[in-house]
Design a protein around this ligand. Structure first.
Ligand SMILES: O=C(O)c1cc(=O)[nH]c(=O)n1[C@@H]1O[C@H](COP(=O)(O)O)[C@@H](O)[C@H]1O
Length: 284
């Protein structure tokens, strides 16, 4: 089961390297190549993956960065997710899809099979369960997983997600219970279900309460680094349970900026990945 694999990988390293690769992040040595932008970005990603594979628990590829470049960018996306899987590593497609069921069925087919096949997909289920259920058949039949948006990392997360509901719970607390229920029939040997949740590291108190409330939910936790989260923010949770992977994108893949334009750019990116792993594990 995919969350069992992710849990085992995360015990070795909870670092999720975020491949939110934008043209401005390329070092001069790649930017100068006589290739399409998509080809340069795919090569950058391959080199980052090669340089960090022994330090990273998994990778997350943010589709927006590739969609913004049109067909050339989507070829880079396809190349990148395939390359991660070919290395035997787990890849999360960060697409945050959410739509009525007949459309969600198409998103599920598009991201769990074919050119864009990933292991785990981020989905937005604030439309309700029928925005998530079309993905369920793939969880058991193709060993796929979901990370459902729960309490996001952005400052405006409070606008709606923290609104009180009739029974006294906040909206995101009700969503947490729903995510736990949706995953109930897919709980694997590690005790986690194939339906995980996204919780921002920028709200550590909410995260601690959610972990206690949902012990069978595995978490994708963005917000480390560029958004201000640190290893200390996850320490209390990781002392109880290794129930999460922590994503950093800009904080890792921009590690070379201002330092080098040369082929050694990967050394800086590797250094950032190692430092993040150490920063998280030092508290355990
Ligand atoms: O689903 C996500 O990964 C996500 C959810 C969330 O609440 N906040 C959040 O930042 N993300 C994603 O995590 C990544 C964070 O990037 P950095 O801030 O550069 O580390 C981006 O790909 C975001 O789209």
């Amino acid at each position: 089961m995919i969350m069992d694999r992710l849990y085992e990988a995360a015990k070795v390293s909870p670092v999720c390297v975020g491949l939110d690769t934008k043209p401005g992040f390329l070092p001069g040595c790649l930017a100068a190549k006589d290739w399409s932008m998509g080809e340069k970005i795919a090569e950058f990603n391959r080199r980052v993956i090669d340089a960090t594979a022994d330090l990273a628990g998994c990778y997350k590829v943010q589709v927006a960065c590739y969609e913004a470049m049109g067909l050339d960018g989507m070829c880079a996306y396809a190349d990148t997710v395939k390359y991660v899987r070919d290395q035997g590593k787990i890849v999360i497609g960060d697409c945050k899809r959410g739509d009525i069921s007949s459309t969600a069925e198409q998103y599920a087919a598009g991201h769990f099979t074919g050119d864009f096949e990933v292991d785990i997909l981020t989905v937005n289920a604030y439309m309700g369960e029928d925005a998530a259920s079309p993905y369920y058949p793939y969880l058991k039949e193709r060993d796929k997983g979901l990370f459902v948006l729960l309490h996001t990392s952005n400052p405006s997360a409070r606008d709606f997600q923290e609104q009180p509901m009739a029974g006294g719970d906040l909206l995101y607390e009700q969503v947490a219970d729903a995510i736990a229920a949706w995953g109930q029939s897919t709980i694997g040997a590690s005790g986690y279900s194939a339906v995980g949740a996204v919780v921002g590291l920028t709200y550590p108190e909410a995260f601690e309460a959610l972990q206690e409330r949902c012990p069978a939910t595995f978490f994708l936790v963005p917000g480390y680094g560029a958004q201000g989260g640190t290893g200390r923010d996850i320490a209390n949770i990781f002392r109880r349970s290794r129930c999460a992977v922590i994503n950093s994108s800009r904080g890792i893949i921009c590690g070379h900026q201002g330092k080098t334009e040369g082929e050694d750019f990967v050394d800086y990116i590797r250094g950032k990945t190692a430092a993040m792993k150490e920063d998280i594990l030092q508290w355990l």
